[in-house]
Design a protein around this ligand. Structure first.
Ligand code: FAD
Ligand code: MLT
Ligand code: ZN
Length: 501
């Protein structure tokens, strides 16, 4: 019986792969080409300074954070209000001009970048905090607010943003919501599907969908805001967000642990949950290769355990409200895991500088990889017990090639970041990684995107994680929200499905 089921699911996977067989995206000929009259219209609506046509100014907007994807847009627009976004979209919809929403442009799957000549819609001008309720912790703000700025603002009133990530200095809350970003504290605060209370978004035809409420509970009909969370700019442009901020923890402790093997990282995780309970706020891991790369490429990063070499390192954080109690709990946990030989060596940060130093290593890995050169990034949900085998198998497959395979991620969330650092983006190298990584993940019922999204990188690969009827339903949702398909084309859904509309 089990065998039969396995065969069925394998057959279904094969079917999906045939259906979505990767097509190099070609420009959808039904989209109009930009004309001077279009640019003049946008100048009237937005003012000259918010209509960008200068080639040098457009260049960074046409390129992604990794330097992996680039487009050829000749126009970027910077609206400053929802009304302006609505006018721009209504016009583009009438004219059949394709649009790419772009926030902080820190996305890692080529979602914020045009493939061809799509108009770039910048959300940076939507940067106002609308309100903050210091009783409930409810923040209402425009989509272009930078995550770190928001955290500083709510921090001044004793609250914290419910997410944190290495790109916090540049990424925007609208981009975070549109990618359903996970980050370093999902373990503690949950996903944005829980923290976001309301969204204001503009549909392709200019309709403003206002669900920007601040209620904790509302069961009137379908919860449409959830559709925008993680839709990567394909269903609407998010213009404002309301979200729940938890109280800022007054006692934060971070420790850095050296662990002998991957199986033991899981034992330490189980023990951390048992011993630290509600104060556990992050449980991150990285391998020796990731650490070496970070120490090599980032100035100012210091190895907290310079005399210890081991295959795996953990960053464990607690966040609570009672310094003495939390510290005692963490000490007790550490004593146990060290006495039992699970942890070979460890250190607890003594002050905020040391805390920042430890986080600097973990958050610095992606920046170090960028400094090292081109990188193929995979962002996978995999049952934790099997997670690291993928890194080892990939390393084995690529032995002898001029690449460095590193593994790190949000172990507490079952989220592996497999990265292959190489000297140039190269089809020959890619053939060793794909579809192997996707097939390996699908065989374990994992997800090919835990948190970065599908973007242009994985639009044709959604079938590895979602069954065909589900993708079909998504395509119908897309059709209902954006019948002409002008919003972020060539992203998220397979090109064949989108073109078939
Ligand atoms: P962009 O990159 O500009 O856009 C991302 C996608 O959202 C695109 O498809 C774009 O079209 C769409 N979009 C943007 N704004 C809007 C809007 N207002 N309305 C509709 N669509 C919109 N991700 C994680 O999940 N966890 C991490 O820990 C993490 N760490 C990172 C660390 C670094 C150093 C970097 C560079 C990236 C990291 N990321 C992480 C990737 C992550 O997706 C982004 O950092 C962030 O969520 C994207 O926000 P952004 O404003 O830069 O969006
Ligand atoms: C992280 O966890 O560091 C981010 O998701 C970025 C990355 O994967 O490099
Ligand atoms: Zn991550």
């Amino acid at each position: 019986m089990q065998l039969l089921q396995y065969h069925r699911s394998f057959a279904a996977t094969c079917l999906r792969l045939v259906r979505y067989a990767s097509t190099a995206a070609s420009r959808n000929a039904s989209f109009a080409a930009l004309e001077d009259t279009d640019t003049n219209f946008f100048r009237d609506v937005l003012g000259d300074s918010n209509v960008i046509t200068d080639i040098d100014a457009l260049q960074p907007l046409n390129e992604d954070w990794m330097g992996k994807y680039s487009g050829k847009s000749k126009l970027a627009l910077r609206p400053k209000s929802t009304e302006q976004v609505s006018k721009v979209l209504a016009y583009c919809n009438d004219r059949h001009l394709a649009i790419v929403p772009q926030g902080g442009n820190t996305g890692l799957v080529g979602g914020s970048i045009p493939l061809f000549d799509e108009v770039i819609l910048l959300t940076a001008g939507l940067n106002q905090v609308i309100s903050f309720d210091a009783v409930s912790g409810t923040l209402v703000c425009q989509a272009g607010c930078i995550l770190e700025h928001l955290d500083n603002q709510v921090g001044a009133q004793g609250f914290t943003m419910p997410l944190d990530l290495g790109a916090k200095g540049s990424c925007q809350i609208g981009g975070n919501v549109s990618t359903n970003a996970g980050g370093l504290r999902l373990l503690r605060y949950g996903s944005l599907h829980g923290s976001v209370l309301g969204i204001e978004a503009v549909l392709a035809d200019g309709t403003v969908v206002d669900t920007l409420q601040t209620l904790r509970k509302d069961n009137t009909g379908y919860d449409l805001k959830q559709l925008f969370i993680g839709s990567e700019g394909t269903l609407g442009v998010v213009t404002a967000v309301s979200l729940l901020c938890p109280p800022r923890p007054s006692a934060v402790h971070v420790c850095y642990l050296a662990v002998p093997d991957f199986a033991t990282t899981q034992k330490v995780f189980v023990r951390a949950r048992q011993k630290l309970g509600e104060i556990l706020s992050a449980f991150e891991f990285f391998d020796q290769q990731a650490l070496d790369l970070t120490l090599k490429h980032l100035e100012g990063v210091r190895n907290p355990l310079p005399d210890t070499q081991t295959p795996f390192y953990l960053v464990v954080e607690t966040s609570g409200s009672n310094e003495a109690h939390d510290s005692e709990k963490l000490q007790g946990f550490l004593e146990e895991v060290m006495e039992e030989g699970m942890v070979l060596d460890g250190t607890i940060a003594q002050d905020s500088t040391q805390i920042a130093g430890i986080w600097g290593i973990r958050e610095g890995i992606s920046v170090a990889l960028k400094h090292a050169g081109p990188v193929y990034k995979y962002d996978l949900s995999i049952p934790v017990a099997e997670m690291y085998s993928l890194v080892e198998e990939t390393r084995h497959r690529m032995a002898g090639l001029p690449v460095e395979v590193v593994g790190y991620g949000h172990l507490g969330d079952g989220n592996l970041h497999l990265n292959v650092s190489c000297q140039r983006y190269d089809e020959e190298i890619l053939k060793h990684i794909e579809p192997f990584v996707y097939e390996w993940t699908a065989a374990r019922k994992g997800s090919i995107s835990a948190e970065h999204g599908l973007g242009q990188m994985k639009a044709d690969c959604i079938g590895y994680t979602k069954p065909q009827p589900v993708v079909q339903l998504m395509t119908q949702v897309k059709q209902a929200f954006d019948p002409k398909g002008i919003l972020n084309p060539y992203k998220v859904l397979p090109q064949v499905m989108a073109v078939a509309q």
